[in-house]
Structures are given as structure tokens and as C-alpha cells.
Design a protein around this ligand. Structure first.
Ligand SMILES: Cc1cc2nc3c(=O)[nH]c(=O)nc-3n(C[C@H](O)[C@H](O)[C@H](O)COP(=O)(O)O)c2cc1C
Length: 186
């Protein structure tokens, strides 16, 4: 098995992070990988907002907490009550991928870039996790204020985000994959 396939199979969603920040040169490699992901008609409709500022991370987390607490979803509301609530698992780097809503397929462009960044990160020893909750801030007043503050390009919507950092514990075991999900017609 070559190194690329090993990385694809061994990448895991990590939910425990060391406080130590990732190196700038590694961040640049991860971002470059995201930028080289395919995009519909090569529109490259995505924008990458990297948040490493502790106070900004705290405010994003607080906004998500408020949104969770008013979500009407019992599980999310329970999570929001926790003192240790961290929507991005206390990772030191959060990358928000937003897309131009007028593009052909911004959701696909953004989510593919997000996944590509996870693989690049795994290949250089950096852990990551998809953070879906950030997409929920688009539709709320609290979220709109935050989007403005984060300086997302005008007309962009958050379609994906990822937590990045160094894993603070054992790499999780891969959750078993479903069977019978492939049909090959020859
Ligand atoms: C669209 C999407 C949304 C996800 N949202 C979250 C999330 O908000 N928080 C989280 O901890 N993990 C999230 N995950 C990670 C999944 O739980 C994880 O990929 C899955 O359990 C399989 O584990 P693995 O990534 O280690 O193979 C998300 C994954 C995807 C693809």
C-alpha cells in the first residue's frame, strides 16, 4: 500500500487537541491542498478563513453555544449546558470554508476543499475534525454578526469548517464501515 492510500485509510476525526499551535508552514501546506481541490467549472468559489486568535475562537464557540441552546434539539441543548462546551473540541486552529452562494456548486466546492485539507493534515501529522455546527450560524442574527466580524467575502455563506491541531490522545479506531455500499456494473 502506498503512503497516500495509507493516509486516506488512517485519517481519523480527532476530538482531543493539545493547546500547542500548528506551525505556519504546515498551515500553508494544508491551505494549499484545499485550494487545489477540484471545483465546479474551476470557479474556486471557496474562501478559507483561518482562526487562531484565542478570543475570536472563544466568541465563535459562545455563538455556537447560544445557537445550540435555542436549537429545539434536545441533544444540542444538553451539550450547550456543559461548562466545557467546545464546538471545535478546543483545537487551536479552526478553518472556516465559505462559498459564493451564486456559484454553480459552492457547497460541493467547499466541502471537498475541507476534506482535502484533512487528508493533507493527516499526511504531515496534524489531526483534524469536521465541525458542522458552524454552518448553522448562517441563519441566525448572532451568526450574521459573527460572519461580519470574521470578514467573510460579501455574499459568502459558511458551508464547512474544520478543527486542526496536534492529537492529545491515542488515534481513535476507525468506526466500522458499512458493507454492501458498492455496486459495480461491468
Ligand atoms: C458533513 C460532516 C459533518 C460532521 N460534523 C461533525 C461535527 O460537527 N463534530 C464532530 O466531532 N465530528 C463531525 N464529523 C465527523 C464524523 O463524525 C466522522 O467523520 C465519522 O464519525 C467517521 O469517523 P472518521 O472521520 O474518524 O472516519 C462530521 C463529518 C462530516 C463528513
Amino acid at each position: 500500500m502506498n503512503e497516500t492510500i495509507k493516509t486516506l485509510l488512517n485519517r481519523r476525526s480527532v476530538r482531543t487537541y493539545k493547546p500547542e499551535q500548528i506551525k505556519d508552514e504546515d498551515l500553508q501546506i494544508i491551505l494549499k491542498a484545499g485550494m487545489y481541490a477540484p471545483s465546479a467549472m474551476n470557479q474556486q468559489s471557496r474562501h478559507f478563513t483561518v482562526v487562531q486568535n484565542k478570543e475570536t475562537l472563544r466568541r465563535i464557540n459562545e455563538t455556537c453555544k447560544v445557537i445550540f441552546s435555542k436549537s429545539g434539539n434536545q441533544r444540542f441543548e444538553e451539550m450547550a449546558k456543559s461548562e466545557n462546551f467546545s464546538v471545535f473540541h478546543n483545537a487551536p486552529t479552526l478553518i472556516i470554508v465559505s462559498g459564493d452562494e451564486k456559484a454553480i456548486a459552492p457547497q460541493c466546492d467547499c466541502t471537498l476543499a475541507n476534506g482535502t485539507m484533512f487528508l493533507a493534515a493527516a499526511s504531515i501529522g496534524i489531526a483534524s475534525c469536521w465541525i458542522h455546527a458552524l454552518t448553522q450560524i448562517n441563519g441566525t442574527a448572532e451568526g450574521q454578526a459573527l460572519i461580519k466580524e470574521l470578514g467573510l467575502p460579501e455574499g459568502n455563506k459558511i458551508f464547512a469548517s474544520g478543527a486542526f491541531g496536534y492529537n492529545a490522545s491515542e488515534l481513535p479506531i476507525a468506526p466500522p464501515r458499512k458493507e454492501n455500499v458498492v455496486t459495480i456494473l461491468k
